[in-house]
Design a protein around this ligand. Sequence first.
Ligand code: ADP
Ligand code: ZN
Length: 818
Amino acid sequence: MQFFLDVVLPIPLERHFTYKITEEDAALIQLGMRIAVPFGKSKIYTALALKVHQNAPTAYEAKEIDQLLDDNPVVGKVQLQHWQWIAEYYMCTLGEVVRSGMPSALLLESETLVLPQNLEGFDDASLSDSEFLILEALRHQSSLRIREIADIIDRKHVLPIVNKLVKRQAVVLQETLSEQYSPKLVRYVKLGDNLEKEEQLEAVLNQLERAPKQHKALLALFHLKSQSKGHIKLKDLEKSSGVSKAVLKALLDKEILIDYFIRRDRVQFEEQQVTADEISLNDIQYTALDTINNGFNAKKVCLLHGVTSSGKTEVYIKLIDKVLKLGKQVLYLLPEIALTSQLIGRLNTYFGQRIAVYHSKYSLNERVEVWNNVNEKNAKAQLVIGARSALFLPFSQLGLIIVDEEHEASFKQFDPAPRYHARDAAIVLANLHGANCLLGSATPSIESYANTTNGKYVKAEIPRRYGDVLMPEMELVDIKDATRKKRMKGHFSERLIEEINQSLEAKEQVILFQNRRGFAPIVECTTCGHVAQCPNCDVSLTYHQHRKQLRCHYCGHHTQLLNTCQACGGSHLDTKGFGTEQVEEELTQLFPQVRTARMDLDTTRGKYAYEKIISAFEEHHIDILVGTQMVTKGLDFRNVGLVGVMNADSLLNFPDYRAHERSFQLITQVAGRSGRTAKRGKVLIQTYNPYHQILHQITNYDYEKMFEEQVYEREQFHYPPQIRIIRITLKSRDYNTLNEAADWFAGSLRNVLKAQVLGPEYPAVARVRNEYLKNILIKFSKQASMSQMKNGIKRIEQSFNAISQYRKVRLIYNVDHI
Ligand code: ADP
Ligand code: ZN
């Protein structure tokens, strides 16, 4: 009897693939195991097992699998259901979800091996130096990896050379899989087996009288043993004895010492210090907790709307504690890893080593370890803290998901597919597990808040700061007027300078927020008006003074800033607009004695870069921190007296239907970093538009008013949450083809869909990385069937793909969030 296996490959294919398996394998294979399979001409991929059956595929001859890679599933059943939902809802393939959801170290990819074929009697004289080196190496080794060949001949691009050797039949290529994850092993030492008895030990010690260093090492070992009961690391012995590696090796060689290895996770956490019972909530927190628990009992998603510094985290800790006590897993999602280090510290106090952290700055190996710990339901991964990708971990006993700062835009993944929203996908995941889901924010998203007003979610509120600290005092500073009266020093108003001075005198710290990085977004020639543009994108280049470079923030292109205009040769170049770099520079001129630092994408590239800046600020090695939206996130600083918003208008004028909502959120959040302890904080907002209604809602802390007004506006202009949207982006290197294709697609949508179809239109940046972009927006009522709508679109896509001249046009779907 013949058996077959359906698998999902980590590539964007619409269908699953079927392979031949033996009866033996059929009995072993379970859903969610990794299987190495051949695909295409000679590639081997890691696929996930879906289903064993006996129906041969009709369209093609099934190939045999290469090998099983696991004894147990690495992906669970509910998890796969969730991935399937993501693929369907966000209009991508399951393969793309697999590719993005699993740590790449688990998705082994084929690696090319080069094997010798007939080296005997090969005419070495006809070979180039590189070719000779490769063949020479293959006379001593049975195979070489491409990477190793690159090392041998000291060049990066070796494939052309290897291909020549293939043509001359000197070598053949073979695809294999290589395991990228390797467990970390720690080397320990103990006394040799035959030295347990005292007499033997004495004899050895006597013997070693003549080798004083070895003697010393042995005594150091006894000392370490007397201090702790655990295992002794070779490293620790080396350190405490002060002897060299050679001395220890001598002892190991004589078997007086024996070494052994223990597998250890790369990331380790401190032990728990106190229990969550030690937190006593105040009345408002307690009421909120009660409301949430009642909501959970009624199987509802809850939204905790608590002002900044109201103690939402303490409420979370109580909820987490309860779920962990039931032996279930908790997922704590954060929008940005910038936040994790502070939060981990706080949660670590209560939950100790039950914490695991998962995000993109972790190494391959660290991520695999967390993956395995969650999969094995290990105690040390009971509470997972992570950015949006943590949603893909193999949970099997999930009891609670917390989505902190749920309003944050970075929960949405824009590239690559799946283009999902982690908050929305978290609610679905909780539902599949029968787990509870809590959203938390000081400035909830309009969508989530709307769901509490229509009864879908339960709302809990903490309207005051913990310890009755007053909300910071907000002041709008009219910089239009100040500019007219020439009362600005660079981008600083007199009021701002005054307040900074006061804070510094009071030994308080200051945060300055400007939502642009670099020095200036535009460099313009004052003679001819030419603006430096990216050659690959339709966008001006940002000047970065630190490196004297012009950089494109879309594609990364950069050039040196030249002293003359590229167009007319004029030598008067001027900058327009300003970024964090310029703010910092002006600061050092205005306050030369003050210690400043900057937190933006440019200063936080390294793994611990965030942590360094944040802890330097916490420890008051920095007086003034300048930053982009990174400084607005839920950081809990104790000594910030003043927050300055350098320019509110750039936020308000952003071309996006969410611009006002986002401005409210960003400014309220950054304001919330000030005055978190006893003394009331101060916030200055510089603007050309001091009468803007959003700014008044912000300074009055009037979330409700903002919500009502935004809901009204969106109703008028047909935007979510009242309706649904899907955006289709078409991309092509060919301008004319793109325009034709976009018109064709929009026309077909208009013929087929019962929906409002807008566009095609160019986005604000209409060319990125030499690809032209055009958007089509589909709006439809919440009553319409989402799946019918998507099926209609997919059918049009099929016809579209059949048109040969459009073959090179790519389609990108964004559902709900654009
Ligand atoms: P939020 O997350 O709402 O901005 P936090 O949870 O950071 O607020 O709380 C602000 C500060 O108040 C923190 O330093 C926190 O430790 C303290 N705090 C809040 N609730 C309590 C409580 N019940 N007991 C002791 N300290 C608390
Ligand atoms: Zn560019």
